[in-house]
Each structure stands twice: as C-alpha cells, then as structure tokens.
Design a protein around this ligand. Structure first.
Ligand code: DAT
Ligand code: MG
Length: 140
C-alpha cells in the first residue's frame, strides 16, 4: 500500500459543464485523497511544459488553445496505484469509445466535439506525475 500521487485536471469543458464536482465525487468515492486543489486558468508556458511530449503533433496547437479557453480544476490525488487507477476511472482518450462507467464514457458527449474535449487529464506514469505536479503545484 505505497501511496502514490497523480495530477488530475478537470479541463475547461468539464468546468464549463459544471462537472468538477462529479469528477471529484468519483475520485473520492473510489477512496482516493485530495492533496491539493486549485481552480485556475493556465498560461502558455505552463501548458508547453505540461504537454511537452505532444509538441509538434497536429493536435498540439488546438489542444493548447482549448486548454487556455477557461479555468481548469487542478488536483493532486493520492492513493494506492492512483496513477493507473485514475486513468481507469477516466476511460480511454476518445470519449466516443470510452467504456460506460468511466468519466469520459459516461459524461463525454458525442455531437461532433473534438477528442481534446474529453473532460479530464491524468498523469500516465510516475515520471509524468512528478513532473506535472511540479509544474502545477511547485510549492507542494
Ligand atoms: P490522454 O489524455 O488520454 O493521456 P494523450 O496524452 O495521448 O491522451 O493526449 C493528450 C490530449 O490530447 C488528449 O487528452 C486529447 C488530445 N488528443 C490526443 N490524441 C489526439 C488526436 N489524435 N486528435 C486530437 N486530439 C488528441
Ligand atoms: Mg496523456
């Protein structure tokens, strides 16, 4: 039962749709602990760091513009194997095919929205989690 930490974001679409509480509810219901929580609008520098692995890909610029389009809810979440556990809660990247029972599968809409509008972000590895938590919560 080694505690692990991950960075979760409720993206601008989730905040706009008033789903921040629903996402937090699912995280807490699973038994995970909130360590830090902040509603804030990102800037380009933060997003360049956050999405560094995707720089140069065709969806990178639209993704960054979308992430700048409104506030995001940033959270550090702690729990046993929470990195893979939260990605399991979130569902696969594309809400169209994300499994029912997952955040993206249950709450993602399919009316021609872009894949980037998939409600949440979760770190994908311990290395990513450490890097992303450092970017979003440098004082943690
Ligand atoms: P995830 O958020 O599931 O970790 P990712 O890290 O591969 O997915 O991509 C980051 C975000 O970029 C993802 O949440 C949505 C967007 N994205 C990924 N692949 C895409 C694609 N092929 N077309 C458009 N947007 C994409
Ligand atoms: Mg990712």
């Amino acid at each position: 039962t080694t505690a692990q930490r991950t960075l979760v974001l409720v993206k601008p679409d989730g905040v706009r749709r008033n789903l921040s509480g629903e996402v937090l509810r699912r995280i807490e219901a699973k038994g995970y602990t909130l360590v830090a929580l902040e509603l804030r609008t990102a800037d380009r520098e933060l997003l360049a760091g956050h999405y560094a692995e995707h720089e140069g890909k065709p969806f990178y610029e639209p993704l960054v513009e979308f992430m700048l389009s409104g506030p995001v809810l940033a959270a550090v979440v702690e729990g046993h194997r929470v990195i893979e556990g939260f990605r399991s809660l979130a569902g696969t990247t594309d809400p169209t095919t994300a499994a029912p029972g997952t955040i993206r599968g249950d709450l993602g809409r399919d009316w021609g929205l872009k894949v980037q509008q998939n409600l949440v972000h979760g770190s994908d590895s311990p290395e990513s989690a450490a890097r992303e938590i450092g970017l979003w919560f440098p004082n943690l």
